[in-house]
Write a protein that binds this ligand. Structure first.
Ligand code: F0G
Length: 422
């Protein structure tokens, strides 16, 4: 593992005057910006991504309470718009560990958040900031889960919500959620990357407050996934996991977990050598970040056309790549692409352990299997797979991967005959 965890992606950024200990820093030029005076998503000087900085970076002893807000000392605002997000289970799966041939395998199931994905963690923080800023319309582009979560948190906050979706490529459960929570759903004739470009223009012109993961406040909520994994794994085993395997779409989680770990390292609460290796997985048909890692590049080249059964990560231009790539390199991680058939097999395997996930989440087990077969992952590792969304998000994919219903006459004998004979 690299000892350079001192963070090439993050030039120093002293706090601007009167910031209450929280400010925004540009990851490119290091400019410091007051966080709540003006709505900003990128640096006004160089247009690079922003991240939230804290004057005080406490360690684990400062955390108390439940869920995402347990980590309030490392969040930019106080609790305000919450639906009890976080505190998701870390399941042990010894049979799958043996099958994949690693020392220990655990599954952090983010599908058990209220709206069925990790997005709730980002929205509880992001929508709280939106309320603080006094905006009157929230907006996102989404492959589905972000729109579902924003619709719920926007409803909770009483703020109008608009979601831009790629027509025909959003799973049924996600669409139903956005619909019932009352978002305006605009289906655009384009892919996710096209939708994001449109909503970014609307945001730049002040027509919506943008809650995609380019919003640095959202990622603050999502970094708590990493904190929970560390605390839970340590409570159970006395150590931290060697590796966290996660699906990559916009690379927001990869960036967020890396940032959270850096803060703990800077606080002296986590040794650089104890930071888990961040390992990203994409689908073969949408793998620009894997391509960059394989070529050892510091930037990605977007893919104009993308295709995969894992519609949640059907993304060709991961906007958080400038934050995520250093995280993968500096933690000694890697990235790998998997086929749709491998994804479906992994979805069945997880379901066979009682863990119901959507296809994007199953990429993690598929990717781990592949990296283990290649010898990139060693057999003595303790690995955590991050499953990001619930099975019911994409009922069609689940039904297609699962067993078919069988028609039987409504009589006990017919049922028994059928069970014995078919
Ligand atoms: N897994 C699921 C289930 C997702 O919905 C997403 C992203 C990801 C993984 C990728 O996470 O972007 O942090 O790398 N879904 C977004 C959406 C794009 O609109 O719901 P990332």
């Amino acid at each position: 593992m690299s000892s350079e965890l001192a963070l090439t992606a993050s030039p120093p950024s002293p706090p601007p005057a009167a910031t209450d200990g929280v400010w925004l820093a540009c990851i490119g030029c290091g400019a410091s910006l007051r966080p709540f005076d003006t709505v900003r998503y990128t640096c006004p000087h160089c247009d690079e991504l922003l991240e939230v900085r804290y004057a005080d970076r406490p360690g684990f002893e400062a955390f108390s309470g439940e869920g995402v807000w347990r980590y309030e000392p490392l969040l930019p605002v106080a609790e305000g718009i919450s639906l009890a997000e976080g505190d998701t289970p870390l399941y042990e799966v010894p049979e799958l560990a043996a099958d994949v041939d690693v020392a220990r395998l655990s599954v952090k199931h983010e599908g058990l958040n209220g709206t069925g994905s990790f997005k709730d963690r980002g929205m509880t923080v992001g929508v709280r900031v939106a309320k603080h800023l006094g905006v009157d319309r929230l907006g996102v582009a989404s492959t589905g889960n972000t729109s579902a979560a924003l619709a719920a948190y926007g409803a909770r906050a009483g703020i109008e919500t608009v979601v831009l979706l790629p027509a025909g490529n959003v799973a049924a459960g996600k669409l139903a959620q956005a619909s019932l929570h009352g978002a305006r759903i605009l289906e655009l004739d384009g892919n996710f990357d096209d939708c994001l470009a449109v909503v970014q223009t609307l945001a730049k012109n002040g027509d919506v407050y943008l809650l995609n993961s380019v919003n640095p406040f959202r990622l603050e909520g999502q970094k708590t996934i990493g904190f929970e994994i560390l605390e839970e794994h340590r409570a159970r085993t006395g150590t931290y996991p060697d590796r966290i395997v996660l699906p990559v779409g916009n690379a927001g989680n990869t960036a967020a977990l890396y940032k959270g770990f850096r803060e703990l390292v800077q606080a002296g609460a986590l040794a650089p050598g104890d930071v888990p290796a961040l390992t990203g997985v994409q689908a073969n048909g949408a793998a620009p970040l894997v391509e960059a890692i394989e070529a050892d590049r510091a930037t990605i080249e977007g893919w104009p056309d993308v295709e995969t059964i894992a519609t949640a990560i059907r993304i060709g231009k991961p906007v958080n790549a400038p934050k995520a790539l250093p995280g993968i390199y500096e933690t000694g991680g890697t990235a790998v692409a998997v086929s749709d058939a491998e994804i479906t097999r992994a979805q069945r395997d997880l379901a066979g352990a009682g863990i119901g996930v959507e296809p994007a989440s199953a990429t993690t087990l598929a990717g781990l299997r592949r990296l283990r077969a290649q010898g990139v992952v060693a057999d003595d590792e303790s690995v955590v797979c991050l499953t990001t969304g619930h099975l019911l998000k994409d009922p069609e994919a689940a039904a297609a991967a699962g067993t078919d219903p069988e028609s039987v006459a409504a009589a006990p004998d017919a049922v028994l005959n059928h069970l014995d004979n078919e």
